[in-house]
Design a protein around this ligand. Structure first.
Ligand SMILES: Nc1nc2c(c(=O)[nH]1)N[C@H]1C(S)=C(S)[C@@H](COP(=O)(O)OP(=O)(O)OC[C@H]3O[C@@H](n4cnc5c(=O)[nH]c(N)nc54)[C@H](O)[C@@H]3O)O[C@H]1N2
Ligand SMILES: Nc1nc2c(c(=O)[nH]1)N[C@H]1C(S)=C(S)[C@@H](COP(=O)(O)OP(=O)(O)OC[C@H]3O[C@@H](n4cnc5c(=O)[nH]c(N)nc54)[C@H](O)[C@@H]3O)O[C@H]1N2
Ligand SMILES: [Mo]
Length: 786
């Protein structure tokens, strides 16, 4: 197969590093939208489709989970969403003819960018080992094959059912019902790699693992703290919200090891005057750059300052710093937490935080002075071995000042996939609570399994050990979104059957089980026609607003099924005699929503409420000061600082004590959506035409005797002794603290050990990879494809 530059991870003609001086957003964002529409050969259809994004009668943007701003009349999308739409509305197709011409071995040599760029899948396909090709299969035969494999398992726990966070509430609900009826809670989910630490940590602290704020709170807040997320690239519509805060004088404070352009200046493509005058708005007034993983020490340090100031203030008869009335009425564990804070030395705090003492103090002052503060956070907080501890400390600080349930203040995890929060609400959970299970049993007359199931990390282990033999993926790209790529690929290849419900060709179809199916489905932009007319699905955004989404485009092929339909037909094939009327549900999705309403109290009158323009909001009980924790109170929880950081250091193998070790974060470029690579630029970080780059502090480069542009190999050095190396990364000097490095995922996933994860939420620690560097060479084309 011919390879051109587009098929590699580098474009030799355009590869360059050039610092980016423009604000985030602005004209370059519009140019990029046009370029992507053109590349997907969908300029007209894509542009028209964009007008329907996040409109009352249109579809929910598949780009991210940031809520819609109801005041935006015409355009309610961003560059990121536009790329996602262009990718889905592409005119390119992957047909049975294409598969007839390409063996899987040959496809395995192509880059991830190349695979997805081939376009939309048109027909269900089954792997044929004799020819090493995918060949067409009818839908009925495909479901029979799944049923045969599932029914022949000795134990339902030998199957695992993955979900990626774009899946609708309706598909998720039917999926979890089918899987529990089948008899397992094995629900690995993309959350297990994303915000699970948030969900677990906030449930411990305030009783429900969701954020407490809405967009209106941003209108009232006087300080927004942004910990470890990159809205310029990952949630561009959020920049519009931050811009409004900034314009009315609110403070925006970023805590991030990397200087991110999107957190510094922003030109709103929606604001005509700003665009014409080529002006921009300053976003962060304060930018703090800790070491990777320094946040836990920072949060403890802020609390220690507050405590000292509180003692000082009360001793002088001044108003206290802590909100004692709130604490007494609503919380437990405050004094115990303070005891731990007292025991923690400033020397330790400063050592682990990576901020100068003066900086830490000024950060603490910013928090103390805020009447109404919002904490936002992303993967920089969650994807650590101590991710859950980070969340506990964020909640501790908010509770200590009474910022939960106060207008203009609260906790704001910024979720990724557009319905990742809704999947969980609908019961996709490997550790379901009893009330969900007993409600399902009551409404559907089934016996849901009580034994907890497997999340992502444990599914991979179980597949590798031959304990899970059937893998079904509802969306996503499991094989490369996950850590420890080589081990994970072996695990998938052990399976008797792997099934992917999907829109585009990706690596997970190439790294398959002994038998394998690709089942192509409708995308969110497409019309879903069923017996009672065009159907809508519903989603829940990052701020718990539930609303409908209705596709507007003709489907990419006549042979696609909707996700709910695929789930229902799979269930029907496994349970032909079932008392649950699977296909009846598909005739009108209102019927699925009626059942959802029966299972979840919060979804009462679901159809009536969701058909209102804008849908409805799910109240967070914490805002009414109702705390669904074991103690009935919000809980202050703390782990000793040293334990957290000693655990971190213990993952470094001792044998490398001599070599200079670094901590690597694996992160996203501007031109990617998780494992989907749209292009090879990372505009705001000044990287063009390439992805194999390693961001490094200039002093570190000098001290290691390296120079900019030099090629290095990166080796991770966990104490398990397994050799994990990725080759040929180009050094890019960057504004990042010494000892910290950054490179893109998924290229660096082979470095992340499966065993390195948060203890409680079991999220892979993909922002804390201990590494050393070796001199390397310019990559060959083959290396770029791998
Ligand atoms: N265009 C685009 N949009 C997306 C996605 C995408 O891939 N592309 N993915 C979607 C998904 S699923 C998700 S979850 C979100 C992810 O959105 P983000 O949460 O922004 O995720 P990352 O890009 O991984 O960036 C993490 C940020 O954390 C910082 N960071 C790394 N380590 C640390 C640390 O130890 N401390 C602190 N304070 N900061 C740190 C990095 O410098 C970076 O700015 O975006 C969603 N939206
Ligand atoms: N090292 C490292 N690893 C990470 C991360 C990191 O920061 N660093 N981030 C983690 C995070 S936050 C996440 S959320 C995961 C993401 O993990 P996943 O959700 O599994 O991965 P995606 O890349 O979002 O999935 C892309 C695929 O979804 C399919 N798809 C797109 N639209 C649809 C649709 O409408 N329906 C269906 N059925 N399929 C569709 C397409 O085939 C596409 O190839 O990755 C995680 N992995
Ligand atoms: Mo995510």
């Amino acid at each position: 197969m011919k390879k051109d530059n587009n098929q590699t991870n580098e474009n030799k003609e355009t590869a360059k590093i050039e610092s980016y001086t423009h604000p985030a957003g602005g004209w370059d964002a519009l140019k990029s939208v046009a370029k992507n529409l053109q590349h997907q050969e969908t300029f007209e259809k894509g542009s028209i489709t964009l007008l329907e994004v996040n409109q009352p009668k249109g579809f929910d943007c598949p780009g991210c989970a940031w809520p819609d701003d109801k005041t935006k009349k015409l355009f309610n999308f961003c560059e990121n969403g536009a790329k996602a739409v262009a990718f889905e509305t592409t005119s390119k197709r992957v047909t049975p003819q294409f598969f007839a011409e390409h063996t899987v071995r040959c496809l395995a040599k192509q880059t991830d960018f190349y695979l997805e760029d081939l376009g939309r899948l048109t027909d269900p396909m089954r792997y044929d080992a004799k020819t090493d090709k995918y060949i067409p299969i009818s839908w009925d035969e495909a479901f029979k094959l799944i049923a045969y494999n599932l029914k022949n398992l000795e134990d339902p726990n030998q199957a695992a059912f993955y979900t990626s966070g774009r899946t609708s509430n309706e598909a998720s609900f039917l999926y979890q019902l089918f899987v529990r009826h089948f008899g397992t809670n094995n629900f690995p989910d993309c959350s297990n790699m994303c915000h699970e630490t948030t969900s677990v940590g906030l449930t411990d602290s305030i009783g429900l693992g969701k954020g407490t704020v809405t967009l209106e709170d941003f209108e009232k807040a006087d300080a927004i703290f942004s910990f470890g997320h990159n809205p310029g690239t990952n949630h561009p519509r959020m920049l519009g919200t931050l811009r409004e805060v900034s314009k009315r004088g609110g403070a925006i404070i970023a805590i991030n090891p990397l200087k991110e352009r999107g957190l510094q200046r922003f030109q709103d493509p929606q604001a005509a005057l700003e665009m014409m005058a080529n002006k921009s708005t300053e976003i962060s007034h304060y930018y703090f750059q800790p070491k990777i993983g320094g946040d836990y020490a920072i949060l403890i340090g802020i609390m220690k300052h507050l405590h000292e100031w509180d003692i000082e203030a009360t001793s002088k008869g001044n108003p206290p710093v802590f909100d004692r009335a709130f604490i007494v009425l609503n919380t437990t564990g405050f004094e115990e937490m303070l005891e731990e804070i007292d025991k923690t030395s400033w020397a330790d705090i400063h050592k682990y935080a990576g901020l100068a003492p003066k900086e830490l103090e000024s950060l603490a002052k910013l928090y103390r002075n805020a009447e109404r503060a919002i904490f936002c956070w992303g993967m920089g907080i969650t994807q650590h071995r101590h991710g859950t501890n980070n969340i506990h400390m964020l909640a501790n600080l908010m509770l200590a000042r009474g910022h939960v349930g106060r207008p203009g203040a609260g906790l704001c995890p910024v979720r990724g996939h557009s319905n990742v929060q809704g999947n969980r609400t609908m019961g996709i959970h490997e550790k379901p609570n009893e009330s969900l299970l007993s409600n399902l049993d009551r409404v559907f007359n089934i016996k849901s399994p009580r034994q907890h199931g497997l999340g992502v990390v444990d599914t991979i282990k179980a597949m590798h050990e031959g304990k899970v033999k059937v893998f079904i993926g509802l969306g996503g790209n499991f094989s490369i979104a996950t850590p420890d790529t080589e081990y994970t690929h072996e695990a998938l290849q052990q399976c008797n059957l792997t099934v992917h419900i999907t829109t585009k060709l990706n690596r997970s179809h190439i790294v398959h089980g002994k038998d394998a199916l690709i089942l192509p489905c409708l995308g969110r932009t497409e019309i879903d026609e069923q017996r009672y007319g065009t159907q809508s699905i519903s989603v829940e955004d990052s701020m718990s607003n539930v609303h409908l989404s209705t596709g507007v485009n003709k489907p990419a092929s006549h042979n696609l099924l909707s996700e709910p339909d695929i789930v229902a037909r799979m269930a029907e094939a496994v349970f032909p005699e079932s008392h649950i009327k699977w296909k009846w549900y598909i005739e009108s999705y209102d019927r699925i929503r009626d059942s959802i309403a029966e299972v979840f109290d919060q979804f009462h009158d679901f159809n009536e409420r969701v058909h209102q323009p804008g849908g409805f909001h799910l109240e967070h009980p914490a805002n009414q000061h109702v705390w669904n924790t074991p103690t009935g109170k919000a809980q202050f929880l703390i782990k000793p600082l040293r334990e957290v950081y000693e655990d971190r250091e213990n993952q470094f193998t001792q044998q490398y004590n001599e070599a200079k070790t670094y901590t690597l974060m694996t992160t996203r470029s501007h031109d990617q959506y998780n494992t989907t690579i749209y292009g090879l630029d990372d505009r705001y970080r000044g990287v063009f035409g390439q992805r194999r780059v390693l961001f490094m502090n200039q002093t570190d480069i000098d001290e290691a005797g390296l120079i900019a542009d030099q090629w290095v190999d990166i080796e991770s050095i966990y104490s398990d002794g397994v050799k994990r190396v990725v080759k040929s990364f180009r050094i890019v000097p960057y504004d990042i603290p010494q000892g910290s490095l950054a490179a893109y995922y998924p290229e660096t996933n082979p470095l992340v050990a499966l065993s390195s994860h948060d203890e409680k939420a079991r999220i892979p620690a993909s922002k804390t990879v201990p590494v050393i560097l070796h001199l390397g060479q310019e990559p060959t084309l083959e290396e770029m494809a791998s």
